[in-house]
Design a protein around this ligand. Sequence first.
Ligand code: 5GP
Length: 196
Amino acid sequence: MTGHTKAKLFIVSAPSGSGKTTLCRKLLGSGLGLVDSVSMTTRLPRPGERNGDDYIFVTDAHFRREIRGGGFLEYEENFGHLYGTPKAFVEHNIRKGRSVLLNIDVKGAMKVARAYPAASILIFILPPSIRELKKRLHLRKSDSDQVIAKRLAIAKKEISYKEKYDYRIVNDHIPQAYKKLKAIIEKEIRKGVGPS
Ligand code: 5GP
């Protein structure tokens, strides 16, 4: 029997500070064959972030040129900065049958799911509580108190989208949350493989 692979778009959203970056990094190194969609952003790199790896860091003018050129599958403004998913990369991988991991916000997630309803799998990562989220954001030491307060308000709004997602995972313990996330992805990839 000949099999064929239906590539999936795994769209992972979570409020910042929910451990999403750690979980996604583990996934990409897990041999599942997922490719990472590296977003473009106008925000500055945080310590340790690398251009082309965590994000493609660009100027506002560059980002706006990309918008005009139709280079984004979707883009949004978050915390005063622009973030967008490069379209060509996602489309190329889908055509090649490779599943893509997108780490984007709730509004972007809804747009991608609308553009690719059959391929999109929406996964929401929840922090154990708002209190814990606040603690994590302070520990990260990358934002001022004012920015943290803003991120928390946005987190509450983002969490209100969770019912629109196919899966929800509470990240109270990274190894456990990772196991759940990996199991979901393995299951969905298996579902996509079948007789042609
Ligand atoms: P951070 O600045 O903490 O890396 O990201 C802020 C928010 O922007 C997060 O919710 C992150 O998922 C989201 N984000 C990152 N890249 C994209 C993108 O390409 N599109 C959209 N819509 N959101 C993104």
